[in-house]
Design a protein around this ligand. Structure first.
Ligand SMILES: [Zn+2]
Length: 443
């Protein structure tokens, strides 16, 4: 039995779209006032633009790309194959593996999709990977984020965020992040409804079977996640928050898989061998990341010495992983060893100059070691990777101040105060700007 083109899922997504359009018309009809007219359903161009702007930032927030170009292109190839067979084949899809230890996968509007190292390392074959990517593509093709956004706006929940969305349309870089970031955060962290999850599962299975994968891969993925969840609930939390996995979902997937053509349900079509080959490096360094995660836990519990010891062990096991060196720098710094901390941070930035965390850590630690020019170099790089973050701007100001460049420092401090109003950082900026006569003290 070949997958039919007019699958129920396709009709479902049309219904959803129709419903969303109705909501919008209803909203415009009720409130045809100028600023109300701005709260329209996100159109495709806006969706694409938002995804494109948020993708690099989200990738950095998820600890950057896992450093294995071959694996990155493998995952992208699998994703593109599915996307090309989806209901919105002409979107500019992108797929990457982010270096987050959490088990998760997410889709930004417009087809920008990420899967974490933490999820990928639990998988055994390409059909399982295809099921996750297909599910995320399903959220994109059915425009769940756009529908959720419209719903939130209409419910009055997203007024502030809605305003940010409008700014996004005329955006260029910097100022966007904090506000637009909140919007994007909303879209990504949005909890999908049960209906949307069901629909994404249906779409995912449709796409993966069209691509010739064994549909049992989807059932296997769900079983892996369920098993992991009963062993260590917190590890799967992020995934389950955005994509609640109910026993009904698993049963439905199982029934759906059973209805697919028998020639699809072969071991061959799970494609285990190419997957194992593509993920060999990932699995080889995973023990080091597990050690790093234990270190982070120790750090969170204020056991800095133990954290530093665990991080040192992790870097010994996988000395080429930039993220682990950055985390070691954090631990060494908290343990009061600033020399070792800076050294680890420099090593991290050298291994992966495109890793925001590495640049930020090296920049701050270099400032604290009075190495202002090196610090500026790292922080400028960090600012290019994720524009306009107050901490980065603040330390750039401190570097400029230390180098005697008062105007540049003042500009940075003023930029910080535009985004942060409270806390030590803001207090410092305010005090300096007053002392230098750039602003008058408030009475
Ligand atoms: Zn989902």
């Amino acid at each position: 039995m070949k997958p039919t083109v007019r699958a129920p899922a396709l009709r479902g997504s049309r219904h959803l779209l129709a419903a969303a359009v109705c909501l919008c018309l209803w909203s415009c009809a009720v409130n045809p006032v100028t600023h109300e007219r701005e709260f329209v359903l996100m159109d495709e161009a806006q969706e694409v633009r938002l995804g494109e702007q948020a993708y690099p930032v989200y990738t950095q927030q998820s600890e950057g790309l896992f450093p294995d170009p071959d694996l990155q292109s493998y995952v992208d190839r699998v994703g593109q194959k599915l996307a090309g067979l989806s209901h919105r084949p002409s979107l500019a899809y992108a797929f990457n593996v982010v270096n987050d230890s959490e088990t998760n996968a997410y889709a930004l509007p417009g087809g920008k999709i990420s899967i974490t190292r933490g999820l990928l390392v639990r998988m055994e074959n390409e059909a399982q990977l295809a099921s996750v990517l297909g599910h995320e593509i399903g959220h994109v093709t059915a425009r769940h984020a756009a529908a959720g956004y419209t719903r939130q706006v209409l419910a009055g929940l997203a007024t502030a965020v809605g305003a940010a969305a409008i700014q996004v349309s005329g955006v260029r870089g910097g100022e966007w992040l904090l506000q637009g970031g909140a919007l994007a955060a909303n879209l990504v962290l949005m909890k999908y409804s049960r209906d949307q999850e069901r629909q994404a599962d249906q779409l995912g299975m449709l796409y993966m079977t069209r691509a010739g994968y064994n549909p049992d891969g989807m059932v296997q993925t769900m079983e892996i996640l369920q098993a992991a969840s009963s062993r260590e609930p917190s590890a799967i939390e992020a995934m389950f928050q955005s994509h609640p996995l109910t026993s009904e979902r698993v049963a439905t997937a199982r029934a759906l898989a059973a209805r697919q053509a028998p020639e699809l349900r072969t071991a061959q079509r799970l494609r285990a061998a190419p997957f194992r080959q593509a993920t060999a490096r990932l699995r080889a360094v995973q023990p080091a990341y597990a050690e790093m995660d234990r270190g982070l836990k120790a750090l969170a519990d204020d056991r800095a010495d133990e954290a530093a010891r665990l991080m040192a062990e992790a870097t010994r096991r996988a000395p080429d992983q930039a993220l682990i060196w950055a985390m070691r720098a954090l631990a060494e710094s908290r343990a009061g060893r600033s020399g070792a901390a800076l050294e680890a941070a420099e090593r991290s930035a050298k291994l992966d100059p495109g890793l925001y965390r590495a640049r930020l850590t090296a920049g701050v630690l270099a400032f604290k070691a009075d190495r202002y020019r090196e610090s500026l170099e790292h922080l400028d790089a960090a600012d290019k990777l994720v524009p306009g973050q107050p901490t980065v701007t603040f330390y750039r100001g401190r570097d400029h101040e230390a180098l005697g460049r008062r105007d540049e420092a003042a500009r940075a401090y003023a930029a910080v105060l535009k985004k942060v109003r409270e806390g030590e950082m803001a207090a410092y900026c305010y005090k300096r700007l007053v002392a230098w006569g750039y602003i008058k003290p408030a009475r």
